[in-house]
Design a protein around this ligand. Structure first.
Ligand code: ADP
Ligand code: ZN
Ligand code: ZN
Length: 738
């Protein structure tokens, strides 16, 4: 006799556990892991749907108390079965429970009130609309101008796009309606196809698109490596058009922050009503409705962040992952999956093609491309005849030595004055990413490193410095170990300070600031970008938020302040992050015909990440960085499993983590595998909400070897053997260190 562990319909969170059922002989063949089943549940034995998530020979209860499965839904929706299979893979590959995994891939039921859908329709021809847009722009009526321009290119736009992403107030729409430019009406029921794809592709773009189109129907993965502004999006559009023509469906993953109304309109113009957008502010009901429409084949292109990957398209042919290097593709809750890797898995299961795109690819993807696992497609030139910006690196140690104590180097200040005189725009990017209390020398720029791990030490309130990989501790030295200067300091300057400094040094400049403070309100982020795009400011000061994929034609100068700050983060990905941020920031300059310029201020002008970013030379960066990763066996040269433990008592937590490490270590040793173990040590964020946190790092060349020890630890933990009163979580190849 066989028994099945069944997870009941996951829309009821109270049933967050498995129930065991007997498998009657007639269903034995169909009852496999992942199969949807019907079971009797509760006193009344109501019929419920569930999924088989485990099989065994021995019942957990007395045989007599078990109920039998009523049936296996053989012809259940194939798409759901395959998503359950994907959930199983995610659970195995990343750790976590069945429920975590199922909830991630299957939308929770919800309902939305029936809303009447409306659309905005142009009532004049394109030339009139465009002219009206120009005169609205002159009067600084940004929202009006945006809407008029868009209508001149696309005569029908969904009202939700106009009111949402485009930020046009109802009053704005009404006044244009009164003036006879447009009409708001109930959405027509029939599907509109959009215009299809129109731009003539460059030979490079054409070649890239043809390669992908040639592979459609097979589970092949491509990396489209194209410099900023090289027209990667146009390549996606071309391939998606082809998929549509063949009756297939496409998923486009895009970091939420890059999903501006320009992007939305670009896809809408091409694909009309067949495209739908997901975003994080949607309610459960809205999400559920979209996924039902996808199942029924009413939409064919789904665009959105990470979670859009699980759109239940029955005939999925293409998954695009734009800006594939973005860390937002990694989930921060269990299962801590990486959407890029999971996309490749889903495509493998569906026979779909994957297209990853970036100007600064992740080391992981580029390595696979060099190994021939992924097809490598390159775009070397900017579209639109724009040229790549000229970059200069300024050594801030020199400025300090020559008594310039300002955060602006003389070079940057001069160029800023020049652009302001010419009425051109400037972006100032303060690189604060990864900032975490490390110390650096104001005179030579050196930071204090752990002698064992090659990452920066973190300063604690106690005045000690500590390494979060191995636990090494030391006192804060009185003088810089490299040059002897007594000026050791944390880097404290924030965006607000920079904004004030710009205002004092350039009283005529209109300044906008974008950071966590100014974007806290709903849409705060897009409002600032709109204002800057409408040229209602000369200077935009911001954190990494400002460097992500925005097209500002008026920007001819980008200043990067404290370029090396992110290099000092106590994290093996610090150089990669720095390179990506700098190269993307530089890519913001000169998107139009005017030549752009970049000034990179740094204390480490000789660091390869900075030199390579200034030259926009990714292969150079890759080569240098891989030497470091290889030497230290950091991903992608090897793999890393992080085990995070949380408990109210730190002493107990460390003791339990030690047991866990010892048990898994012995288990691994029997297998004769070469693992590297670090920890347990207190996490960087040692205590959160009065819960202590500690970490173990395990390194191994093979991912599957790490899955093996994860399974051992998970089993010990779930059976209550080790780690009682603790919570244990796993993170493979972590993006953020804990
Ligand atoms: P990326 O996605 O690589 O940053 P985009 O696809 O956004 O680049 O293209 C950058 C700019 O160049 C856009 O304004 C786009 O309209 C324009 N562009 C792209 N391809 C072409 C082309 N083949 N002909 C003319 N303009 C193009
Ligand atoms: Zn020094
Ligand atoms: Zn260390």
């Amino acid at each position: 006799m066989q028994y099945a562990d069944v997870i009941l319909d996951i829309s009821a969170p109270s049933l967050d556990r498995t129930f065991q059922y007997r498998i009657p002989p007639e269903w034995e063949k169909e009852a496999v892991i992942g199969a949807p089943v019907l079971v009797p549940f509760g006193r009344g034995n109501t019929e419920r749907k569930g999924y088989i998530v485990g099989l065994c020979e021995n019942p957990k209860l007395e045989e007599g108390r078990l109920k039998s499965i009523l049936g296996v839904c053989k012809r259940g929706l194939a798409i759901e079965d395959s998503l359950v299979e994907l959930a199983y893979w995610m659970k195995e590959h990343y750790g976590g429970t069945w429920n975590d995994a199922l909830r991630t891939v299957i939308p929770v039921k919800g309902s939305v009130g029936r809303r009447e859908e409306r659309e905005v329709v142009a009532k004049k021809d394109a030339a009139d609309l465009f002219a009206a847009g120009e005169s609205a722009e002159k009067k600084h009526h940004g929202a009006k101008a945006r809407l008029l321009y868009q209508l001149s290119e696309q005569p029908v736009i969904p009202y939700e796009v106009v009111a949402g992403k485009m930020h046009c107030a109802p009053a704005t729409v009404r006044s244009l309606e009164k003036a006879g430019y447009l009409e708001v009406r109930k959405k027509k029921k029939e599907q509109r196809a959009g215009e299809g794809h129109r731009l003539l592709l460059s030979p490079e773009q054409e070649a890239a698109a043809e390669k992908v189109i040639g592979a459609l129907g097979s589970a092949k993965t491509f990396l489209l490596f194209g410099v900023t502004g090289s027209g990667k999006t146009e390549v996606y559009l071309r391939v998606i058009s082809e998929v549509l023509a063949r009756g297939g469906q496409s998923i486009v993953l895009i970091p939420e922050i890059a999903l501006t109304y320009q992007t939305v309109m670009r896809f809408y113009r091409c694909f009309g009503d067949r495209v739908a957008f997901l975003h994080s502010r949607m309610s459960k009901g809205e999400r559920y409705e979209i996924s039902e429409r996808a199942k029924r084949g009413e939409i064919s292109v789904m665009i959105g962040p990470r979670s859009a990957l699980f759109t239940p398209f029955p005939n999925l042919s293409l998954i695009v992952v734009d800006e594939e290097h973005e860390s937002s593709y990694k989930s921060e809750s269990a299962p801590r999956y990486h959407a890029r890797r999971t996309a490749v898995k889903r495509a493998e299961m569906a026979g779909a093609t994957v297209l990853l795109g970036s100007a600064t690819p992740s080391l992981e993807s580029y390595q696979r491309a060099l190994l021939g696992e992924y097809g490598l497609l390159t775009l070397t030139k900017r579209a639109n005849k724009a040229t790549l910006p000229k970059a200069s690196i300024v050594d801030m140690r020199q400025e300090f030595a020559e008594k310039n104590r300002s955060v602006f180097s003389r070079c940057l200040r001069e160029k800023m004055q020049d652009r302001l005189d010419k009425g051109e725009q400037i972006m100032l990017f303060l690189n604060r990413r990864g900032y975490s209390g490390f110390l650096s020398c104001r005179s030579c720029g050196e930071a204090l490193y752990c002698p064992h791990c090659d990452v920066t030490l973190t300063a604690h309130k106690s005045g000690r410095l500590q390494c979060h990989y191995c636990g090494y501790q030391t006192d804060v030295p009185k003088r810089c170990p490299s040059c002897g200067s007594p000026y050791l300091a944390g880097f404290g300057t924030g965006t607000q300070k920079i904004e004030e400094l710009v205002k004092t040094e350039f009283p005529m400049a209109r300044v906008l600031r974008m950071d966590a403070d100014t974007t806290r309100t709903k849409d705060g982020y897009e409002r600032i970008l709109d204002a800057f795009a409408d040229h209602r400011a000369d200077v935009l000061v911001g954190t990494q938020m400002i460097v992500k994929g925005h097209d500002f034609g008026g920007v001819t100068l980008v200043g990067v302040l404290a370029a090396d700050l992110s290099l000092l983060a106590s994290d093996f990905r610090a150089a990669e992050r720095t390179f990506q941020l700098l190269a993307q920031a530089a890519g913001r300059a000169g998107r139009d015909a005017k030549q752009g310029e970049v000034v990179i201020q740094t204390y480490q002008p000789e660091h390869y990440a900075i030199l390579a970013a200034a030259k926009q030379d990714y292969p150079l960066f890759y080569q240098e960085e891989m030497e470091f990763r290889n030497a230290m066996h950091y991903p992608p040269a090897g793999h890393m499993l992080l085990v995070l433990g949380m408990a109210a008592s730190e002493a107990q937590l460390i003791a339990e983590m030690e047991k866990l490490q010892k048990d898994a270590g012995e288990y691994a040793e029997k297998k004769g595998q070469a693992y590297t173990w670090l920890g347990p040590v207190p996490a960087r964020m040692r205590k959160a909400n009065d819960i202590y946190r500690a970490v173990i790092y395990v390194k191994h060349k093979d991912y599957d070897a790490l899955v093996d020890v994860k399974n051992r630890m998970e089993q010990q933990y779930l059976s209550g053997e080790i780690g009682r009163n603790c919570r244990i979580q796993f993170d493979f190849d972590p993006i953020n260190m804990y």
